[in-house]
Design a protein around this ligand. Structure first.
Ligand SMILES: Cc1ncc(COP(=O)(O)O)c(C=O)c1O
Length: 391
């Protein structure tokens, strides 16, 4: 055991949410209980064949075996710009307004290092994907939480942000379609965010990892579609969920030129970019037919409908989400998030994520990720129905 003490930033960290969940799940499994895992949002479906094929071809080309370009391969960044134009009607300069990421988590985690000095404030949604808060801590910043409440459609109330915190804020993280609440945002909301960012001179970091996972005719907007957004913010994107590529580690950030360039500078001092062969596969994903994405939407919608119907039959309160592959379920009267999650695991062998693990305002909810096939989802529904709750 070394006598070198760990840094404060490390000792201050809560256990990573999914580590704790893994431990509980394995403990129940070791008792011989058949566990159905709706815990982590990691697609169970394979990466589409044409993307895998392109990786294999590119990996055989020795030109891809050298260090990649720091900010991404020119051809990949151009494919990103084309995709943005086609999907959102947003024009980007591939040279100065796009940076390739080794997954969007990497870019999110590095962004505060570019803008946050010790003591600076970062506005962080609560509940949220934990990396916004943790990256803020790592940069020595102070997260100030914006509660996402049911009564506000899980959007932050910008008017309720204390003005002294807003004045000290360098960044604001947002994420719609939202993990974990599955809420969506309108362009009108993004317009309000742009004017807030201008008033307080802060950079908006919008995480759009779930933009393609939409149902029932809903199409999620880009933050950059809002008037003036490109002057105040950046948007993170990921190929992980859209093309079942979580293990590949490929994403990108786009928008405000100064911010993209600052993030690129941080990255060039820490990592050396994504493997070129993976970027070629990424081009095949973005430029190719999007029918694979349609097929996945159909599969997730079917799972959503099975689970929503089953959860309602079990007496739980849940609205079918328009986007993301998450269900955000109100716990039964009198049960907290952790208690309810443990109860479902113990009594039904069903893994959910306690909402309070995403922040204090997630208390009273659990999250289920639709990453379990139809047969097993039906099996989970049978088990849940037999429990009968009073919501
Ligand atoms: C909201 C959100 N953003 C970003 C990520 C990270 O995605 P990746 O690093 O695979 O691009 C996730 C992963 O679950 C997420 O839920």
């Amino acid at each position: 055991m070394s006598r070198v003490e760990k840094t404060e930033r490390l000792s201050k960290l809560p256990p990573y949410l999914f580590k704790e969940l893994d431990r509980k799940r394995e403990e129940v499994r070791s008792r011989g209980i058949d566990v159905i895992d709706f815990g982590v949002g990691d697609p169970d479906l394979p990466t589409p064949v044409h993307i895998v094929k392109r990786l294999c071809e590119a990996a055989h080309d020795p030109a891809t075996h050298r260090y990649p370009a720091y900010s991404g391969m020119r051809l990949f960044n151009e494919a990103v710009a084309r995709w943005y134009d086609g999907r959102f009607g947003v024009q980007l300069n591939a040279k100065s307004e796009v940076v390739t990421l080794i997954g969007s988590k990497e870019g999110i985690a590095h962004t505060p290092l570019a803008f946050v000095n010790p003591g600076d404030v970062v506005l962080v949604p609560d509940p949220a994907y934990p990396v916004y808060k943790i990256a803020t801590f790592f940069a020595g910043g102070e997260p100030v939480y914006m509660p996402l409440l049911d009564r506000n459609g899980f959007l932050p109330d910008l008017g309720a942000i204390p003005s002294d915190a807003a004045k000290r804020a360098k960044l604001m993280f947002l994420n719609y379609p939202n993990n974990p609440t599955a809420a969506t945002a309108t362009l009108e909301f993004f317009d309000e965010v742009v004017s807030f960012a201008k008033d307080y001179d802060l950079i908006v970091c919008h995480d759009n990892a779930y933009s393609e996972m939409c149902f029932d005719g809903y199409v999620a907007p880009s933050f950059l579609q809002a008037e003036g957004a490109k002057k105040v913010g950046i948007e993170f994107h990921s190929l992980s969920k859209t093309y079942n590529m979580t293990g590949w580690r490929l994403g990108f950030a786009v928008g405000l030129q100064d911010a993209i360039s600052a993030l690129g500078t941080i990255k060039s001092n820490i990592d050396s970019g994504a493997f070129d062969a993976i970027q070629y596969a990424g081009i095949a994903a973005l430029d190719g037919s999007q029918s694979c994405v349609d097929e996945m939407r159909t599969i997730y919608r079917e799972r959503r409908d099975i689970l929503v119907a089953g959860l309602r039959e079990a007496g739980l309160r849940i609205e079918p989400p328009k986007a993301t592959f998450y269900l955000w379920i109100k716990t039964p009267e009198g049960l907290g998030s952790s208690e309810f999650s443990t109860f479902l695991l113990e009594k039904a062998g069903v893994v959910t994520t306690p909402g309070n693990g995403f922040g204090p305002s997630g208390e009273g909810f659990v999250r289920m990720a639709l990453c379990v096939n139809k047969e097993r989802s039906l099996e989970a529904v049978e088990r849940l129905k037999s429990l009968k709750f009073a919501a």
